[in-house]
Design a protein around this ligand. Structure first.
Ligand code: ZN
Ligand code: ZN
Length: 386
């Protein structure tokens, strides 16, 4: 990697609790975990939610030693529950430096106590002594500032039940601010967050609730909204805003809607998505989402008309041909009842006619059987397996 690039990868973006339902699959169901590789190659991990397990799998079977600085915002489950499942912690060749804050509930050595508590009987089957990687712990307070490798790290306390640290990482390729689990509306905390976010290239901000929820029954739960994030980004002069910590009850379509509203007021807004990578080069931020989240693809040749929006906001409409189709599931009515969880084959004719290309043959599993519109028909849900 050239010396002028910082890379931020999202391994977990969901707030409060992991979700596994299909309706949240596209943005992802793992709880907070980000990876930041700084220009000189330092590896930072931000929070230890369930996304940490997936990140840890990268080194499976590798002889390479892992060394990382791990910044934990606070001790709520969704930010620490990946720790016992982070495989590199079980190898003596690896070394981790943890940063967090001294919680008034846990006392000195708060994060160390979290390790002991998470792995205590009867909550976890493996003894703490199996965690053989070297571990160092540093507690930071709000307003602290320290150099870690090539990066200046500073902190502010955020407005969240039992406390939460926001982090600012000033790398030679740009500044990233990680401010999750924060409720706006208390002037001293709002001021601290504006300082933390001031002039940032990328601001990752809590956007769990809709503005109307935040003004209603979710007030006091310690979270923010896309609208508060937009105002903060505008006031602090942020370049790119990332909506983060999606509510477990927000489906992918709900997050799409939140992103649409936010973009109408702040164009450089992104919705954090598992696998999303933001690359900073000192000038601008490139955003990519790897194919791994796109599901299985099938070769096709269907004529289509596409209407969309260009990066500059202009709309376009074009005629084209679909070359690949992402097929996850289908719902059909049949006059035979297939057995639940049995396999079946589906052949889909090319809607443009036989001359336009071949049909698609797919194999799937029956995941749902329900009464159809009349007594003779049965509704069948199919998830395609290959
Ligand atoms: Zn959280
Ligand atoms: Zn929290």
């Amino acid at each position: 990697m050239p010396e002028t690039i910082a890379r931020l990868t999202f391994w977990g973006v969901r707030g409060s609790t992991p979700t596994v339902d299909q309706a949240t699959w596209r943005y992802g169901g793992n709880t907070p975990c980000l990876e930041l590789v700084t220009p000189s190659g330092n590896l930072f991990i931000l929070d230890c939610g369930t996304g940490l397990r997936t990140l840890g799998k990268r080194w499976a079977g590798s002889a390479q030693a892992v060394e990382a600085d791990i910044f934990v915002t606070h001790y709520h489950w969704d930010h620490i529950q990946g720790l016992p499942f982070f495989a590199p912690l079980y190898s003596p060749k690896n070394r981790f430096h943890f940063y967090s804050f001294c919680s008034e509930f846990l006392g000195a050595g708060s994060l160390k106590r979290v390790f002991e508590a998470q792995m205590a009987s009867p909550y976890f089957p493996v003894n703490l002594s199996a965690m053989s990687a070297a571990r160092e712990f540093t507690e930071m307070a709000g307003g602290d500032c320290r150099k870690v490798g090539d990066t200046q790290v500073s902190t502010r306390f955020l407005n969240h039940p039992q406390g939460c640290l926001g982090y600012r990482f000033e790398t030679p390729a740009g500044t990233i601010v990680y401010a999750t689990d924060n409720e706006p509306g208390v002037p001293e905390f709002d001021r601290a967050l504006r300082e933390l976010a001031s002039g940032a290239d990328v601001l990752v901000n809590d956007a769990q609730f809709r503005p109307e929820q935040l003004a209603g029954d979710r007030k006091g739960w310690g979270h923010s909204s896309w609208l508060a994030g937009v105002h903060l980004a505008q006031e602090a002069g942020v370049r790119d805003l990332v909506l983060f910590h999606h509510d477990p009850d927000s489906s992918d379509r709900a997050v799409d809607g939140i992103l649409r509203e936010a973009r109408s007021q702040f164009r450089n807004t992104w919705a954090a998505s598992e696998g999303m990578v933001m690359t900073l080069d000192g000038q601008e931020t490139q955003v990519t989402i790897p194919a791994v989240r796109q599901g299985q693809r099938r070769e096709a040749h269907f004529r289509a008309r596409i209407v969309g929006v260009k990066p500059d906001g202009q709309t376009f409409a074009v005629e084209t041909v679909i070359r690949d189709l992402n097929l996850n599931w289908a719902f059909v009515y049949l006059d035979h009842e297939p057995r639940l969880q049995s396999e079946l084959e589906v052949v889909i004719d090319n809607p443009a006619g036989p001359a336009a290309g071949k049909s698609l043959t797919l194999h799937g599993n029956v995941v749902r059987v329900e009464p159809g519109p009349d007594a003779k028909q049965i509704g069948v849900g199919i998830v395609f397996t290959e």
